[in-house]
Design a protein around this ligand. Structure first.
Ligand code: SF4
Ligand code: SF4
Length: 430
């Protein structure tokens, strides 16, 4: 630990405040994660990553910086990792998921701002997030209004670059997004002094696709009944995917999948067969936001899929690897990224279609629509999702919440009622 304190000091962190954060996270993790029964053995790797979340991984980032690499932070799955990696940079997702940072965010942002934005700004302001402190530049985007305006504030504290994401998916929007990807490439070329080559980009397109395929492989195991991995553990793996070393992540997650494969062959699961199967859709869940999953899985249900940016939106659709020129590579990148169905787009029919498909694929009994408080795009879009699900006879409830624990009891009561209803429908006795 002593070594890390020195490192944190060099990163200009507020050590005293950071100690407060380090005290709560392990207790919380023990309660939510280590209390689970029958976890796959290979989850030990992710336990280790969490235990070293502010230690070893940060040390690795610092060592890479010594070797000339740059660390690039981002808040959205539209920022193309392929470009970041191809220009000798390390991408890290720095969306914040802890209530710990919200009060600091509220010092500069109105209270009625989404907790993800408040926590992200608070993490920087309070100097307690070593990822933020390690970033050479952070890349924001023009997805929602809250984020757009938050970047203006963040610019007073660090180097911020903003990508202008279109909010429709017409041909002219694609051309615009290709242009934005090129401008992002220009920024990184300038920062690193390296020129992007066709070969480098090809290699990284293949690598990021491989990571997507690994996550997809993991998610495919969640289609079985009994489910060989809990929703909480699958969510943790997805969350870690945003900042772990990409090659190691692929290797370790494939090892986990091999174990899940065995479990499926042996009919082994973490929950009983016929446990009510819940899909969660909505806003992203950044570490350590495990709130809804924990409620579901301690109320008699299991989460089998997340249609979120810390779920399917992160890994579905690969970048087409068939390109003969760098121009074609850019077009392929734009096509893949514009295939993500975020509520900040209009119209956004693709998201409803995705949700309906996942209901079938993952044999979902009910859907929980989770929206972070004050996120108008996701909460407004609830109506069209609700309508489509009701037409198919799939129960759905909307939960609007933040990172605090204040409403946990209330949410648990609603979730328990939902699960009871499914059990009755399936004829499952308690
Ligand atoms: S929900 Fe939308 S804005 Fe947020 S990370 Fe996902 S794509 Fe980006
Ligand atoms: S959850 Fe909604 S309001 Fe919050 S950052 Fe994402 S899109 Fe914006």
């Amino acid at each position: 630990m002593a070594d890390y304190r020195e490192m944190w000091k060099e990163l200009d962190m507020d050590l005293e405040k950071h100690d407060g954060l380090c005290e709560v996270l392990p207790m919380f993790y023990d309660e939510v994660y280590l209390s689970q029964e029958n976890r796959p053995e290979n989850m030990n790797y992710y336990n280790f990553v969490i235990s070293e979340v502010h230690g070893l991984r940060i040390k690795e980032l610092q060592d890479s910086k010594q070797e000339g690499k740059k660390v690039i932070g981002s808040f959205c799955v539209y920022v193309p990792d392929e470009i970041t990696l191809a220009l000798n940079c390390i991408p890290v997702g720095i969306c914040s998921g802890s209530q710990f940072w919200v009060p600091d965010g509220e010092k500069l942002l109105p209270r009625n701002t989404c907790p993800l934005i408040k926590a992200s700004i608070g993490a920087k302001l309070s100097k307690t997030c070593p990822y933020f402190q390690s970033c050479d530049v952070v890349v924001g985007e023009t997805t929602c209004d809250g984020k757009k305006k938050a970047w203006e504030i963040l610019k007073d504290y660090m180097d911020v670059y903003v990508m202008d994401l279109p909010q429709m998916k017409r041909e002219k929007d694609k051309i615009h997004w290709i242009d934005e990807i090129k401008m992002y490439k220009d920024l990184l070329e300038e920062k690193t002094g390296i020129k992007l080559s066709f070969e480098n980009l090809k290699e990284k397109i293949e690598l990021v696709n491989k990571k997507r395929r690994t996550l997809k492989r993991l998610y495919n195991f969640r289609k079985y009944d009994p489910v060989p991995i809990s929703g909480k553990d699958a969510l943790l793996v997805s969350q870690i995917a945003f900042y772990d070393d990409i090659n190691r992540f692929i290797e370790m997650t494939n090892k986990l999948c091999d174990e899940l494969d065995e479990r499926v062959k042996n009919g082994e699961g973490v929950f009983e067969k016929n446990t009510p199967r819940i899909m969660i859709t909505g806003t992203p869940m950044s570490i350590p936001n495990w709130k809804i999953h924990h409620i579901v899985e301690t109320s008699g249900g299991v989460v089998v899929c997340e249609e979120t940016c810390t779920g399917t939106r992160y890994f579905e659709n690969e970048v087409d690897e068939n390109a003969n020129t760098i121009e074609e590579q850019f077009e392929n990148l734009a096509n893949r990224y514009l295939g993500i169905n975020c509520a900040c787009f209009t119209p956004n029919k693709g998201r409803v279609e995705d949700i309906l498909n996942y209901v079938e694929e993952y044999k979902v009994d009910a859907v929980i629509y989770n929206s972070l408080q004050f996120c108008s795009t996701y909460s407004i879009e609830y109506k069209s999702v609700e309508k489509a699900l009701k037409e198919k006879g799939i129960p759905v409830i909307m939960i609007e919440t933040d990172y605090s624990e204040e409403d946990t009891g209330q949410i648990k009561t609603r979730v328990e009622a939902l699960i009871e209803m499914i059990k009755e429908k399936k004829g499952v006795t308690a």
